[in-house]
Design a binder for this molecule. Structure first.
Ligand code: ZN
Length: 212
């Protein structure tokens, strides 16, 4: 199987790299100036750069199970996400931060089913998903009679909302907002239709992105 990946690298060099040689040279000579920090899930079916047709150098990406942003108070237990947020906002001064969830998220499915079954064999994963338990609690209180299918769907959207709130707990994010140099976005990517829904905070709903 890895042979397929190595062959893919050869093809990347002979095709993509050759076609974009000038871009790669420019990027290597300068500093990175990505247009956005994107926080997305590890899921192999969600590929941030391809999804928004971004070239190398345009996206600063953090991927983790269920696109979770641990709140600032817990950042020392989960350094990876916080370090990337601080680097992107303090040093790179990215003008946009996007939390991008997706439908059919296995991490959120596990959360819906309860983390107890994960603890024995995958304790780190179970501990990681604890930061999203509040999402499940919100769904349960808002839709106490919801079917498992509705819960699974709503978890995806509510999880993005909660992670956007968590993002605001970082002083580096607050500073950037105070200085009016960053916009925060919440997206959900639909794996089946390959479409995006965009969070509208005032209406508290996700709206389909209209084709341009
Ligand atoms: Zn996922």
């Amino acid at each position: 199987m890895v042979t397929k990946l190595l062959e893919g690298h050869s093809r990347f060099r002979s095709e993509y790299f050759e076609n974009e040689r000038e871009l790669f040279e420019t990027l290597a000579k300068g500093v990175q100036q990505p247009v956005a920090l994107m926080l997305s899930c590890c899921d192999a079916r969600v590929v941030p750069n391809i999804m928004v047709n971004a070239s190398p150098g345009e996206l600063f990406v953090v991927r983790n199970i269920a696109n979770i942003v641990p709140p600032f108070g817990r950042h020392l237990a989960n350094r990876s996400v916080g370090a990337a947020i601080e680097y992107a906002l303090h040093f790179l001064k990215v003008p946009h931060v996007i939390v991008c969830g997706h439908t059919q998220c296995g991490g959120l499915q596990a959360l819906a089913e309860g983390l107890g079954t994960l603890e024995a064999e995958t304790p780190t994963l179970a501990a990681w998903l604890q930061d999203a338990v509040v999402v499940r609690e919100r769904i349960a209180s808002r839709w106490p009679d919801a079917t498992p299918e509705v819960v699974a769907r709503q978890l995806v959207f509510e999880n993005v909302v909660v992670q956007l709130e968590n993002l605001l707990t970082y002083p580096v994010v607050q500073r950037a907002l105070d200085e009016n140099r960053v916009e925060i976005h919440g997206w959900v990517y639909d794996l089946v239709a390959a479409t995006l829904r965009v969070y509208e905070p005032k209406a508290n709903e996700f709206r389909p992105l209209q084709p341009r």
